[in-house]
Design a protein around this ligand. Structure first.
Ligand SMILES: Nc1ncnc2c1ncn2[C@@H]1O[C@H](COP(=O)(O)OP(=O)(O)OP(=O)(O)O)[C@@H](O)[C@H]1O
Ligand SMILES: [Mg+2]
Length: 479
C-alpha cells in the first residue's frame, strides 16, 4: 500500500523555513542581458551600440545554431532576433522553426523578432509560435527600446510568479500533516484514509480524545484534489447555539444586536475546500436541520439574510461521543448522521496500539528538541519502557505533552523516566494527599475521561461539570 501520509520525519509546518524570495537577485541590480541575432554584421553592430547606451549587456549570434549555443552558455533576459538568416533570406522559415525550439528550452524567455518591412504575415506567424512581439526593419530606436523594456519586465514578473508558486507548492508539501501509524491496529485507518482521501466523500472520524482525529482529517484533506484550498475547522463544542450558527453560516449586519457588520461563515470560507466539523455530536439539535440542508443541497443563507448562496465544501467531521447512542437518545438526527458518515474511520486508543508509542515518542522528541534547541537525541531504555507501560488515558496528545515536558526537563543527552512528570497509577494513588488541588483535579478528570472511553458528555456529568466546563479544563491541563 502507498504510504506517503506516514512519514516519520517530515518537516514540521511551523519550522522557521525561510520563504522570502530572493528579490535582490531578481531585480534591477543585476545586468540585463540581451542576445541579438542577425546575419548582417552592420545590423548587429548598430543594435549593440543602441543597447549598450541603455545599459544592457549584449551577446550576438549570426545563425540559429549560434543562438542555441549562446543559450547553452548563459542565461538571457531577452532574445532579439531576425527571422531571415543567410540560407533562406526571404520566407523567415529558419527563424520560425527556431522559435518552437526556444519555447521548448525556456518558455519564460521573451523573444522579439525582427521582420522585413511589409511582412506582417510572417510576424503574426512568429507570434503564434511564441514570439512576444515584433519589430519591422528599418526600426525606430525609441519603439524598439520600449518593446524590449516591456517584455523584459513582463517576463521578470512571470518568472518571479512561477518561482513563488513553486515555493508555495513546496511549502504546502512540507506542511503536510505527519500521521505516524505503524501498528496493526492502525492499518485499517491508513487503508481507509488512502482510499477515501482523494474522493469527495463525507467522512466521520471517531475516537477518544487525543487519538489524532484532526490529524486524520488533515491527512484526508491533503490527499484530496482540494488540498490547494483551505481546510476550515469549526468546533461545535463549547459554543452557544447563536454563536455557532453565525460561525457556521455567517450573518448580515443587523441580524442580531451585536451584528455590526456582515460576516462570512466557515461554510463559505471552505468553498472549494474542506470543512472540518469538530465535536459534531455537540451541534445543537435546532441547527442540525440547517446543517443537513446544506449537505443535501449545497445551499445556505447567512443568518438574517434571505439570499441563498451555493457552497461547495467537502465535509469531514469528528467526534469522541457514541453518535448512535446520541441518535437513540434523540439528541442527534439520524438523517444527519447518515449524511456525515458516508465513510466512518475509527481511530483506536493509544493503549490498543502500543507499537506506535516508541515511534511517536521519537518523533515528538525530535520536534521539541528542535523547537527548544536542546541537544537531546534519545530516550534511555527505561524511559521507553515507562512509556510502553503507561495507560495513556489522554492518548497521543498526552504522550506529546509528556515528551514536550521531558525535553524541557532533561539534563543530559537522553530522556530519563522521571523527566516525563507522569505518575504511575500506584504512585498516584498512594500519594494523593501530597498532590496540589490542581493535580488532583487533573487526575480525576483523566480518570473520568478514561472510564467513559473519551465520551465528554458522560465524563462531564460524572464529574458534576457542564460539557463546556470540562472542555475548558481539558484544555487547561493539555489533555
Ligand atoms: N498518528 C499521529 N502521528 C503524529 N502525531 C499525532 C498522531 N496522532 C495525534 N498526534 C498529535 O497529537 C495531538 C492530538 O491530536 P488531535 O488533535 O488530532 O487529536 P483529536 O483526536 O482531534 O483530539 P480531541 O478529541 O481532543 O480533539 C496533536 O498535536 C497531533 O499532532
Ligand atoms: Mg480534535
Amino acid at each position: 500500500m502507498e504510504r506517503p501520509i506516514c512519514s516519520l520525519f517530515a518537516r514540521w509546518p511551523d519550522d522557521p523555513i525561510s520563504r522570502s524570495p530572493d528579490y535582490a537577485s531578481m531585480n534591477a541590480m543585476q545586468t540585463t542581458r540581451v542576445l541579438i541575432a542577425d546575419d548582417l554584421p552592420d545590423v548587429l553592430e548598430a543594435l549593440r551600440l543602441l543597447l549598450k547606451g541603455e545599459g544592457y549587456a549584449t551577446e550576438s549570434a549570426t545563425s540559429p545554431a549560434g543562438i542555441l549555443a549562446a543559450l547553452e552558455v548563459q542565461d538571457f533576459d531577452l532574445v532579439l532576433m531576425d527571422l531571415n538568416f543567410a540560407r533562406d533570406t526571404t520566407s523567415g522559415q529558419e527563424g520560425l522553426d527556431l522559435l518552437r525550439r526556444l519555447q521548448a528550452i525556456d518558455s519564460t524567455l521573451p523573444v522579439v523578432v525582427m521582420t522585413a518591412w511589409g511582412s506582417v504575415k510572417v510576424a503574426v506567424e512568429a507570434m503564434r509560435r511564441g514570439a512576444r512581439d515584433f519589430i519591422q526593419k528599418p526600426w525606430d530606436n525609441a519603439r524598439l527600446l520600449a518593446i524590449l523594456r516591456t517584455q523584459i519586465e513582463l517576463s521578470r514578473a512571470l518568472r518571479l510568479g512561477l518561482r513563488l508558486e513553486a515555493e508555495n507548492r513546496l511549502l504546502r508539501a512540507e506542511g503536510r500533516p505527519t500521521l505516524i501509524a505503524e501498528s496493526p491496529a492502525m492499518r485499517p485507518v491508513l487503508e481507509l484514509a488512502s482510499r477515501v482521501g482523494p474522493s469527495d466523500a463525507n467522512v466521520l472520524i471517531t475516537g477518544e480524545h487525543g487519538t489524532g482525529k484532526e490529524v486524520v482529517a488533515q491527512t484526508l484533506h491533503a490527499l484530496s484534489g482540494r488540498a490547494a484550498k483551505p481546510m476550515v475547522t469549526v468546533n461545535a463544542g463549547g459554543l452557544s447555539e447563536g454563536v455557532f450558527e453565525s460561525e457556521l453560516f455567517g450573518h448580515v449586519k443587523g441580524a442580531f444586536t451585536d451584528a455590526k457588520m456582515d460576516r462570512v461563515g466557515r461554510f463559505e470560507l471552505a468553498d472549494g475546500g474542506t470543512l472540518f466539523l469538530d465535536e459534531i455530536a455537540n451541534v445543537p439539535i435546532n441547527l442540525q436541520a440547517k446543517l443537513l440542508r446544506v449537505l443535501e443541497t449545497g445551499q445556505m443563507e447567512r443568518v438574517g439574510s434571505s439570499k441563498t448562496r451555493r457552497v461547495d465544501a467537502r465535509v469531514l467531521s469528528a467526534t469522541n461521543a457514541d453518535v448512535l447512542q446520541e441518535v437513540q437518545a434523540g439528541r442527534f438526527r439520524e438523517d444527519l448522521l447518515f449524511r456525515l458518515n458516508t465513510i466512518e474511520i475509527h481511530i483506536p486508543p493509544l493503549r490498543e496500539r502500543r507499537e506506535d508509542i516508541p515511534l511517536l515518542a521519537n518523533y515528538f522528541l525530535w520536534r521539541y528538541a528542535e523547537r527548544y534547541r536542546k541537544s537531546l537525541t534519545a530516550f534511555e531504555g527505561a524511559a521507553i519502557q515507562f512509556l510502553l507501560d503507561y495507560a495513556w488515558p489522554g492518548n497521543v496528545r498526552e504522550l506529546e505533552h509528556a515528551v514536550e515536558r521531558a525535553v524541557l526537563m532533561a539534563q543530559g543527552n537522553a530522556v530519563r523516566p522521571s523527566d516525563f512528570g507522569l505518575r504511575t497509577e500506584r504512585e498516584g494513588g498512594s500519594r494523593l494527599e501530597e498532590l496540589s488541588l490542581e493535580e488532583v483535579e487533573c487526575l480525576l478528570i483523566k480518570k473520568a475521561v478514561a472510564r467513559y472511553a473519551g465520551n465528554v458528555s458522560q465524563a462531564a456529568s460524572a464529574l458534576g461539570l457542564s460539557r463546556s466546563g470540562l472542555y475548558r479544563r481539558l484544555r487547561k491541563y493539555g489533555l
